[in-house]
Design a protein around this ligand. Structure first.
Ligand code: ZN
Length: 252
């Protein structure tokens, strides 16, 4: 049995005090595969150490769309490309558009999103996409680049999910499926092709419990909820998502 966390920030400062213990809990829970999202030098340094020790961890590197407040000139892209090459990154991400939390940096977000998609296409790497209240622009921009990958923490409609699937993307669901009355993700999951479905924590963020840090070990609850929605055994969902996880990196 292997659970796969398709999106977690294990290099985050929030894990600096007890990173090894957190990974211990994760492996004890059979969460052996993970995509470690690194959007800062701090996180990337720790992400590289973790991937060296745990070869089933994948490294995703990017400039986050929420991180364009202060620095937004192209030297950041040069530095990113160097970091991607030096770290032998497996993926570019998360990148995308966030008009919800950062509507005022919209133009910079689009510029950095396009540049990172171009980089992914050039280096033959998959991408991990962050999209909040920016569905139309995200789809329009993604269509311009010969890349695929994962739509992370999906919260959109079933119709948009179908569109992303048609474009070749897999869709990853997080703790939102655990909230009482979360009928929308359940409906999307029920109608999804199983071979495009992934599960994630976004740890240390998006904990289902207020004021608590989220961890990859907590992913089992999300898996159980999705297996229930689909009416399949947990072991089957686990097998399918592990294959889906591996397939994301097949062509890179
Ligand atoms: Zn994230």
């Amino acid at each position: 049995m292997t659970y796969a966390d398709a999106h977690c920030h294990l290099g985050s400062r929030q894990f600096d005090q007890d990173r090894d213990a957190m990974i211990g809990r994760m492996l004890a829970a059979d969460v052996r595969k993970a995509i470690i999202i690194c959007c800062s030098d701090h996180d990337l340094a720790r992400g590289r150490q973790m991937r060296e020790r745990y070869p089933d961890f994948r490294l995703a590197v990017s400039i986050h769309p929420q991180d364009l407040e202060e620095e937004h000139d192209d030297t950041r892209l040069t530095a990113l490309k160097q970091a991607v090459l030096e770290s032998h990154a497996d993926m570019i991400g998360e990148t995308g558009l966030d008009y919800y939390s950062h509507p005022h940096t919209r133009e910079y977000q689009q510029h950095f999103f396009k540049a990172q998609l171009e980089m992914a296409a050039e280096l033959h790497l998959p991408v991990d996409i962050h999209c909040r209240r920016a569905t139309k622009d995200t789809i329009d921009i993604l269509k311009q680049y010969p890349v695929t990958g994962i739509i992370h923490s999906y919260s959109g409609s079933a119709e948009t999910a179908r569109e992303f699937v048609k474009m070749g993307y897999s869709i990853s669901f997080g703790a939102s499926v655990l909230f009482p009355g979360s009928r929308k993700p359940a409906m999307v999951i029920a109608g999804m092709p199983l071979d495009r479905l992934l599960v994630e924590t976004d740890a240390p963020f998006q904990s289902p419990v207020m004021n608590r840090r989220h961890e990859p070990a907590d992913i089992i609850a999300i898996y159980e909820a999705i297996a229930r929605i689909r009416g399949i055994p947990l072991a089957e969902l686990e097998r399918i998502t592990e294959e889906n996880f591996d397939r994301v990196f097949e062509n890179s």
